[in-house]
Design a protein around this ligand. Structure first.
Ligand SMILES: C[S@@+](CC[C@H](N)C(=O)[O-])C[C@H]1O[C@@H](n2cnc3c(N)ncnc32)[C@H](O)[C@@H]1O
Length: 296
């Protein structure tokens, strides 16, 4: 069992994405949730990072100072706590209850009850990659997938999950449509986890996980054009990717965009509108927006 360091800070909702990015390389796991208790921090967001290495103080201080400047807020107070030896991953698994999102039923591998009938069951453990299904952005994408499958008669032939994390969206698409899905991530660990999850869920024949930085790279180009692209990343990379994403989209294709806070929505929508895509569906969960945009 490893020793664990915990980093804890509270920031306004609009600063969450910037601080998440800043802490990304400094923590093994990062959780963000809105504070609902009464008190002066109500409505703000708590970021809780866990690391199995002692955090590099200099790197942490610098990352937080830059994030505060980028978010135009004062540097938030940070608690750094050394916790006793603890298998936090196992603890985390045990507290992750099964979850229904639309017709998708997500559960950790520790749950042994049979899944409810009529649902697309997926085993996804809270692990070293993002995408257990708990975050509003993942839920937004799953609900968008469900709506596309249920109401729009969409049956995409080729699907891309850009920034796949655990592969949860790729697997959900494969379950819903029984179609091949390319799942890519810039993070090698996420690619490994997504591949393992596809195998564990019996979807190895449908989901192919590989490393790619955005739409660069021959494998992504060769697998397109896509009828459906799922991209739950962050507003800034999504905006930068708009031209490449639009090129990779087949005529009539749709793209699901998430990872953007309400205040960032217009910028992202405009970036895709400039590529000839228009809004078809929109969902806000907490302060996170999910968009479905389509090529005319
Ligand atoms: C918010 S997580 C989404 C995970 C999962 N798709 C979900 O919906 O829960 C974003 C993922 O995008 C990946 N990512 C960030 N920038 C990327 C890029 N330029 N190319 C590919 N993946 C990227 C991150 O490594 C991370 O795994």
């Amino acid at each position: 069992m490893a020793e664990t360091w915990r980093i804890d800070l509270v920031v306004p909702a609009a600063a969450v994405a910037v601080f998440e990015t800043a802490l990304d390389g400094l923590c093994d796991a990062l959780a963000c949730f809105e504070i609902e208790d009464a008190g002066p921090t109500r409505g703000q967001w708590r970021l809780e990072g866990l690391s199995e290495r002692a955090p590099d103080h200099h790197a942490l201080t610098l990352a937080l100072a830059l994030a505060a400047r980028a978010a135009a807020i004062d540097e938030p107070p940070v608690t750094l706590e050394r916790m006793g030896p603890r298998d936090w991953l196992r603890d985390n698994l045990a507290t992750f209850p099964p979850m229904d999102v639309g017709r998708f039923h997500l559960r950790g591998s520790h749950v042994t009850d049979p899944p409810p009938p009529g649902r697309h069951a997926l085993i996804v453990d809270a692990a070293t990659a993002f995408g257990s299904g708990e975050h509003p952005t993942t839920r937004g994408c799953l609900l968008a997938l469900d709506a596309l499958a249920r109401h729009h008669g969409t049956r995409p032939r080729r699907v891309l999950d850009m920034g796949c994390g655990t592969g949860v969206l790729a697997m959900a698409a494969a379950r819903a449509w029984r179609r091949p899905v390319l799942a890519v991530d810039v993070d090698d660990e996420a690619v490994r986890v997504a591949g393992d999850n596809a195998r564990r869920n019996g979807l190895k024949g449908f989901v192919r996980a590989l490393r790619a930085d955005g739409f660069r790279g021959a494998a992504v180009r060769a697998a397109g054009p896509f009828d459906l692209i799922l991209a739950n990343i962050l507003a800034r990379p999504l905006t930068a990717m708009a031209p490449a994403a639009a090129r990779a989209l087949a005529p009539g294709g749709r793209i699901v965009l998430s990872g953007l806070l309400a205040a960032q929505e217009t910028r992202v929508r405009n970036a895709y509108a400039r590529q000839g895509l228009h809004l078809r569906w929109r969902l806000v969960i907490d302060t996170w927006t999910t968009l479905v945009m389509a090529r005319r």
